[in-house]
Ligand binder design. Structure first.
Ligand code: ITT
Length: 202
């Protein structure tokens, strides 16, 4: 089976990506399970730049195909923050109930129509020949008024999706993995991989 090294330390992302990619005949390995230890400095100014930085750093350490995800939450009322700083917002190791409550307090008194936000995900894949391709997905929603739901990770408990009348943390993993920013970016990437790797994947 063809291997892909997935350049992330985020367990929430790995679980979602393995689920979304499962019908392809690919073994998706986390950095840990591939025995790779790397401290990547994500100093790009866009999701695309950071996804490519992650892929390039890991490509230096392996000849396998490398995949990375750079993602985040853009809140319109905060001019797109936390954006590329989503995981560093209020400190990288700060628990998400504190980060989420901080965002709720920054939006206190802000009416519904100004609470618009989106999750953005860029997936980058680097091939052993040096070529790197990216795909992007978004999901539109609103910042809720309280923390709701136990599923997912990160900012899911405050990301309310009006069409489903629930936060992405209240969704089943199956539903989130059908409609999320990550699902959209990965589905486009699956199509690209099918073109490039063809029958190996079926
Ligand atoms: P890696 O760089 O190791 O992949 P990371 O968590 O630092 O892990 P990012 O720099 O891409 O990854 O930051 C993404 C952050 O955006 C993530 O930590 C969450 O806070 C938020 N985020 C992204 N996708 C999300 C989702 O589906 N649900 C909730 N929060 C999400």
């Amino acid at each position: 089976m063809r291997r892909i090294i997935f350049a992330t330390k985020n367990q929430g992302k790995i679980a979602e990506i393995q689920e979304i990619m499962k019908e392809l005949n690919l073994e998706i390995l986390s950095l840990e399970s591939a025995g790779i230890d790397a401290d990547i400095i994500e100093n790009g100014s866009s999701f695309e730049e950071n996804a490519i930085i992650k892929v390039k750093e890991i490509m230096k350490l392996t000849n396998d195909i490398v995949m990375a995800d750079d993602s985040g939450l853009e809140i319109d009322y905060l001019n797109g923050a936390p954006g590329v700083y989503s995981s560093r917002f209020e400190g990288e190791n700060t628990p998400y109930d504190i980060k989420n409550n901080k965002i709720l307090s920054m939006l206190e008194g802000v009416p519904d129509e100004k609470r618009t936000a989106r999750f953005v995900c860029v997936i980058a894949v680097g091939f052993p020949n040096g070529e790197i391709i990216t795909t992007k997905g978004t999901i539109e929603g609103r910042i809720g008024y309280e923390i709701k739901g136990e599923n997912g990770f990160g900012y899911d408990p405050i990301f309310y999706v009006p069409e489903y009348n629930m936060t992405t943390a209240q969704m089943s993993p199956q539903l989130k993995n059908q409609i999320s920013h990550r699902a959209k970016a990965l589905n486009q990437m699956k199509a690209q991989l099918r073109i490039r790797l063809g029958e190996i994947l079926e």
